[in-house]
Ligand binder design. Structure first.
Ligand SMILES: CC(C)(COP(=O)(O)OP(=O)(O)OC[C@H]1O[C@@H](n2cnc3c(N)ncnc32)[C@H](O)[C@@H]1OP(=O)(O)O)[C@@H](O)C(=O)NCCC(=O)NCCS
Length: 183
């Protein structure tokens, strides 16, 4: 991919993403992984709230923000192609997802400026964990990232999920520097 507009790159990667949906085979008779659509935004927002509420032991506090905020945020980004996501469905219900944000890189006179992918919001409902659902989601994301010629993938893993990412080839960075600012 040569230097060109972000919109063109995002559109191309996004249409590859949709086309790939047709090729993702069912994992079992009742579990499939497919690209997320903006029509999934409400369910994905609900699952996002579930994911974040799981961080609290016992009863989580009442949300400070409206669910619709997340629904619109997700719907907008899935429709303009800046973000992609894959969902796992069991019995027609979404039980897991993973998101990929395309991080643009500056044009370069000598090299392609393919985006980097930031992997986030990786979640499987507790009742479906440790059965390979998360692996199937990462597999779909990785397969797409390769066919879209992304430069690489980055993730901030939890301690518990690190072995899973490592099984997919993620390694500690050799060159990246990080400046934490949120303290
Ligand atoms: C991480 C997660 C999406 C994996 O989904 P899954 O369907 O259980 O994944 P798989 O069955 O394909 O793989 C199981 C692996 O997931 C990881 N895992 C299992 N339970 C986990 C948990 N509660 N939290 C994080 N990772 C977990 C482990 O690496 C496990 O393999 P191992 O026990 O051999 O090390 C799921 O556990 C989850 O939603 N966890 C809570 C949210 C989270 O931690 N997300 C990742 C943030 S970076």
């Amino acid at each position: 991919m040569t230097a060109r507009s972000a919109a063109a790159a995002a559109t191309e990667i996004s249409s590859l993403h949709r086309a790939a949906g047709a090729k993702l085979a069912p994992m079992t008779t009742d579990l499939i992984v497919r690209p997320a659509r903006s029509a999934d935004a409400r369910t994905l927002a609900e699952l996002r709230w579930t994911f974040k509420q799981e961080d609290y032991e016992g009863q989580p506090p009442a949300p400070l923000r409206h669910l619709e905020e997340a629904e619109h945020w997700i719907g907008d980004r899935l429709s303009d192609g800046r973000w992609l996501a894959w969902v796992a469905e069991a019995k027609d219900e979404i039980c897991g997802h993973v998101f990929l944000c395309l991080v643009e890189r500056m044009p370069d006179p000598y090299k392609d400026n393919n985006p980097v992918g930031y992997v986030t919001n990786f979640f499987v409902m507790p009742s479906q964990r440790n059965k390979g659902v998360g692996s199937a989601l990462l597999q779909a994301l990785k397969q797409h990232s390769r066919s879209a010629c992304l430069e690489g993938l980055i993730v901030w893993p939890s301690e518990r999920s690190t072995p899973l990412y490592q099984r997919f080839g993620f390694q500690p960075p050799e060159e990246l520097l990080e400046l934490p600012l949120a303290t």
